[in-house]
Design a protein around this ligand. Structure first.
Ligand SMILES: *[C@@H]1O[C@H](CO)[C@@H](O)[C@H](O)[C@H]1NC(C)=O
Ligand SMILES: *[C@@H]1O[C@H](CO)[C@@H](O)[C@H](O)[C@H]1NC(C)=O
Ligand SMILES: *[C@@H]1O[C@H](CO)[C@@H](O)[C@H](O)[C@H]1NC(C)=O
Ligand SMILES: *[C@@H]1O[C@H](CO)[C@@H](O)[C@H](O)[C@H]1NC(C)=O
Ligand SMILES: *[C@@H]1O[C@H](CO)[C@@H](O)[C@H](O)[C@H]1NC(C)=O
Length: 396
């Protein structure tokens, strides 16, 4: 940041900006003609009654009442309000002895702008929206001037401000310089403050979540789910920016997610748990730029894999993804006669079988490793040993 700000181009731009904004500031400074006087909260405020210093007594009213905040009146009739708070705002009028109105002014109190905390969102390669939050509540209306300063001598770009939402938008050409500085100047009647935010736009690139996520069963496949989605509507469809998608899914009630990366919709997952509802979510990221951000996850979609057969055949119990090509399965597809208990039992048996297969494989590999070590110790010749290792590593 200091290096950037000390570059001559940048300094020139900043000087030009502060110079060009000076007249705006002058326009809304304390102004007798408009009848509004601005002052700092907690300061002493001086309200003059008349220009000439005639020493006749005057009477001041606040909001048409003779009750005034903590104050003193000088000999020439000037009202000094001491250590003002917000309740001292309002209309002040001074009258002469005869009740003639001499002067009236509206007092508004507040603070000078403080620094802003700026954050930017980049939902696609051509759009940047920056919003800000004030560190100081000023109580006064403000104007904002937001400019994106690019580094390599390009012209600064105006960020179009929405005063009420406190954000600004820039539409960039598709090719953007990677490091940019946004300057936001806040100006009110009491002063002005400029805040700079340095950004790597490409690191802020964060698509909106994909849309229209659909999770469907695949007829004949009790362990498959077909997941499809559409690009976020704010992602340009035509300009050829590829997105990478991240799909995560888990049976309802499970803690851990299974994850799949995909470049296109749809994706068919093959290892769903038969008979269980699955939670599915998708998010997206600019495919070529791994430094850019993943979108938020889509809302959870729920779906259960296909359950076609009402009478569980023992062969189906084994973890298999074989299709069920019999045409009659389609008629039983919507048959609600499968009791939830059966589904639960089937799922349990599959889990148990899978579990024992894993245990068995682990035990066998351990035995194999121990056996190989033993052989080594028994001074097998180097040649034999190396051929053994080859044999061992071949099937892995
Ligand atoms: C305001 O006036 C009071 C009384 O004259 C003085 O004690 C105080 O220091 C003044 N405060 C400021 C901020 O000038
Ligand atoms: C102050 O004066 C303005 C203009 O004369 C008037 O519109 C407004 O109602 C007044 N406010 C109060 C609180 O008296
Ligand atoms: C006077 O009126 C202003 C609004 O015009 C209000 O903010 C302020 O609180 C009022 N003060 C008193 C003492 O009535
Ligand atoms: C998966 O779903 C999508 C959208 O509903 C559909 O176009 C596609 O054909 C489905 N895939 C299979 C293998 O059925
Ligand atoms: C980029 O995102 C913005 C904000 O969502 C949107 O208004 C704009 O149309 C998008 N640009 C393209 C080319 O899709």
């Amino acid at each position: 940041m200091p290096g950037l700000l000390s570059s001559p181009v940048c300094l020139t731009v900043i000087w030009f900006l502060s110079w060009s904004l000076r007249p705006i500031r002058a326009q809304i400074q304390p102004d007798e003609v408009s009848g509004v006087q601005y002052a700092l909260l907690e300061s002493n405020v001086t309200l003059a009654c008349r220009k000439s210093q005639i020493r006749t007594p005057v009477v001041w009213h606040h909001n048409n009442s003779a009750v005034l905040p903590w104050h003193k009146v000088t000999s020439d009739g000037t009202l000094v309000l001491l250590h003002v708070d917000l309740s001292a705002q309002g209309n002040y009028s001074c009258y002469d002895n005869g009740g003639l109105l001499l002067h009236s002014v509206k007092l508004r109190l507040g603070h000078r702008p403080g620094s802003l905390s700026i954050s930017c969102q980049v939902p696609n390669h051509t759009h940047v929206r920056c919003s800000w939050v004030e560190s100081v509540k000023t109580f006064l209306p403000a104007q904002y001037n937001a400019i994106l300063l690019t580094v390599k001598g390009q012209e600064p770009r105006t960020c179009v401000v929405d005063v009420f939402q406190k954000h600004c938008d820039i539409v960039l050409p598709a090719y953007w310089s990677y490091i940019q500085t946004l300057s936001v100047q806040e100006t009110n009647a009491l002063g002005s403050e400029t805040t700079y935010a340095r950004m790597h736009l490409h690191k802020l690139l964060k698509p909106n979540p994909p849309q229209s996520v659909l999770v469907n069963e695949l007829e004949g496949f009790p362990k498959r789910l077909n997941i499809s989605w559409e690009l976020p509507s704010s992602w340009p469809q035509s300009l050829g920016y590829p997105l990478l998608f991240h799909i995560r899914y888990r049976p309802e009630g499970f803690v851990h997610w299974s994850k799949v990366l995909a470049e296109h919709s749809p994706v068919v997952i093959l290892d769903a748990l038969a008979g269980r509802f699955h939670e599915v979510q998708v998010c997206a990221r600019d495919e070529p730029d791994s430094e850019s951000l993943w979108s938020e996850w889509t809302a959870v979609s729920l779906c259960k894999p296909w359950e076609g057969v009402s009478s569980p055949d023992p062969t189906e119990v084994f973890p298999t993804d074989d299709p069920f090509p019999e045409p009659q399965t389609s008629t039983t597809k919507t048959d609600p006669s499968v009791s939830p208990e059966d589904e639960g039992n089937l799922g349990l048996v599959i889990l148990l079988v899978l579990f024992s297969v894993v245990i068995l494989t682990t035990v066998l590999s351990l035995i194999f490793v121990v056996w190989v070590r033993q052989r080594r110790r028994n001074h097998v010749t180097k040649q034999q040993l190396s051929s053994m290792v080859k044999m061992k590593s071949m099937p892995i």
